[in-house]
Design a protein around this ligand. Structure first.
Ligand code: PHE
Length: 341
């Protein structure tokens, strides 16, 4: 017998022991149990042998074949388990690992100030009234006691549109007329926040668009004392209960008398610094008693009714509170700026 089954078996088992993964295993199966494997070639010679040798040859050959098949099964079980285990380990989920942090958004600094302003006035009974940003010349100026060619119009550089008499509002004050006409003859206590537009050079101190918060109270017994009390309470709520305020007389065509409110500089506590330009005071808003002409334009009889109004720039207030030096930061959307708040 020239076929050495022992050698074939020995070689095959050695090769199997060296197979480390399922690809190598499959290669081994083709080589050692496939159609052209030495074992199969040997078994194929069975018919050429003398009759008396065939039985023993066939038995031995089949033994080897079964032994190799068993060894293959074992090896593929072993390698299969190992591969599954390492795949599970690689893709494992650690249920005790802390979650990934989601980047949280935040409110724009101007929005934060706005919301504080809303909350403070809401507590004093002021509702929010939304008025339009595109106005007529008449509402922005005329009905606020500034007829055409009135010199005070120069205080507001205006964006005109191609439509006659249609402009972008230069302040929130035309909203006063809208509320009064809607609510007359009921008493009014509203704030009117919104965007305003001015045709100005853009600098660190002025943008062509900016926010204002207007306030308006109309009733039968409203006096200058109510104006001062309301605005002082507001300043205490926003800047701290100890902060001092002062009212300086000023002029607006739609209020009489008119004033500006200053608060004690909260950067230097009134001692004088660059932010307050050494004065110790910061100008916060314009205000006054609603002019009789304006009350009348809103439908209220000035002999029966009176009111006060005020207007402030929340961005300016935010700049003062956080010592922001350039108003252009508010619209630049620079995350390095926004992430500081
Ligand atoms: N509208 C004025 C401005 O833009 C502010 C103001 C509002 C003054 C209401 C008095 C009363 O400057």
């Amino acid at each position: 017998m020239s076929t050495n089954f022992d050698q074939i078996e020995k070689d095959a088992l050695e090769a199997l022991a060296a197979a480390a993964d399922s690809a190598a295993l499959e290669k081994w199966r083709m080589a050692c149990l496939g159609r052209s494997a030495p074992l199969m070639a040997a078994l194929g010679t069975l018919g050429t042998l003398p009759k008396e040798e065939r039985k023993a040859f066939g038995q031995r050959g089949n033994q080897v074949k079964q032994a190799l098949e068993r060894a293959f099964e074992e090896a593929s079980d072993r390698i299969g388990h190992a591969e599954l285990a390492s795949a599970l380990a690689a893709g494992a989920i650690d249920v005790t690992a802390p979650g990934r942090r989601r980047g949280r958004g935040r409110l724009h600094p101007a929005t934060q100030t706005l919301r504080r302003i809303y909350a403070i006035f809401a507590e004093m009974g002021f509702q929010i009234y939304r008025s339009r940003e595109v106005e007529t010349d008449e509402l922005n100026f005329g009905l606020l006691n500034m007829p055409p060619h009135h010199p005070a119009r120069d205080m507001w550089d205006t964006f005109y549109t191609t439509a006659p008499n249609v402009i972008l509002r230069t302040h929130t004050s035309p909203g006063q007329i809208h509320v009064m006409r809607e609510r007359c003859p009921q008493p009014i206590r509203v704030i009117l926040p919104g965007m305003c537009y001015r045709y100005e050079q853009i600098t660190a101190r002025s943008e062509i668009q900016f926010y204002q918060v207007e306030g308006l109270a109309v009733g039968r017994h409203i006096t200058m004392a109510d104006l001062k009390g309301t605005l002082t309470a507001f300043a205490h709520a926003l800047f701290g209960p100890g902060v001092r305020t002062r009212f300086r007389s000023d002029h607006f065509p739609f209020t009489e008398p008119s004033a500006e409110m200053d608060v004690e500089c909260f950067v230097c506590d009134g001692r004088g610094c660059p932010v307050c330009k050494q004065s110790g005071w910061l100008e916060i808003l314009g205000c006054g008693m609603v002019h009789p002409e304006v009350l009348q334009n809103g439908g209220y009889d000035p002999r029966e009714f009176s009111g006060f109004a005020f207007g402030m720039g929340p961005q300016r207030i935010t700049m003062l509170m956080h010592k922001i030096e350039d108003i252009r930061y508010f619209f630049a959307n620079d995350l390095r700026f926004l992430e500081q708040f």
